[in-house]
Design a protein around this ligand. Structure first.
Ligand code: DX5
Ligand code: ZN
Length: 219
């Protein structure tokens, strides 16, 4: 598809009305549902485990995009695998054996992805690119919704896209944090394929209009 795919982040949903909000984003034609899993160790916040994601997966009519922000990646991959998400992303900063974990995720029938914090270098994951279906570039420091977009990610995404094209790979680039209608054109021009957006979508007057405003044509 030649437009940006939109993955609303449930972190900004109303956790007292999760069913209502999951149905709202699916009815508004989102492309993926982004689920932020935080363990209170890798990031200074905690969210949800499979006990809550399981009912979400039953309501959802779009694939799940699970973003692990945890210390023990392998344990959490095992915890969520039975829910058959489309993607599981883990942070490179927290993984001693990324190659092994990528292979494990793929063997489970899930698309493996690596997430990079704003300070992490794309050079550190370049050798892993042929084995990855997606790279998640953080445009905020992970842990919370509603933070300011760090615009350095645009240059990082452009450089990563160049490498992916040069190597003739099909790895997609996802950007997560502070995404809104204000930066979506720049993200599209940088070669980004998927955007995660939480507060912009869930705090808008009209969820469908907000999602539509991010579905721009890619470079
Ligand atoms: C932050 C999370 C993001 C966050 C995005 O650690 O990974 O997915 O929910 O929220 P916004 O769009 O509000 O920055
Ligand atoms: Zn996320």
């Amino acid at each position: 598809m030649n437009r940006i795919l939109v993955a609303p982040s449930l972190l900004s949903a109303d956790f007292g009305n999760l069913q209502r909000d999951v149905e709202a984003i699916c009815n508004a034609d989102c492309d993926l549902i982004h689920v932020d899993v935080m363990d209170g160790h890798f990031v200074p916040n905690m969210t949800i485990g499979s006990v809550v994601v399981e009912p979400i997966s039953k309501i959802a009519t779009r694939p799940l995009d699970i973003h692990l922000m945890v210390e023990n990646n392998s344990f959490f991959v095992d915890l969520f695998a039975y829910l058959k998400p489309k993607y599981i992303s883990f942070h490179i900063e927290e993984e001693k054996h990324p190659h092994r974990l990528i292979a494990k995720i793929r063997e489970l029938g899930i698309s493996p992805a690596i997430a990079l914090n704003p300070h992490s270098r794309i050079e550190d994951i370049e050798y892993l690119l042929p084995d990855l279906d997606m790279v998640l570039l953080m445009s905020v420091n992970p842990g919370f919704g509603g933070q300011k977009f760090i615009s350095n990610v645009l240059d990082k995404a452009s450089r990563l896209k160049k490498i992916i094209v040069e190597k003739n790979l099909s790895t997609v680039i996802e950007v997560d944090g502070g995404v809104s209608n204000k930066n979506i054109t720049d993200l599209a021009n940088a070669g980004v394929d998927i955007v995660v957006s939480g507060s912009y979508i869930f705090k808008s007057q009209n969820i469908k209009n907000a999602i539509d405003s991010l579905k721009v044509i890619k470079n």
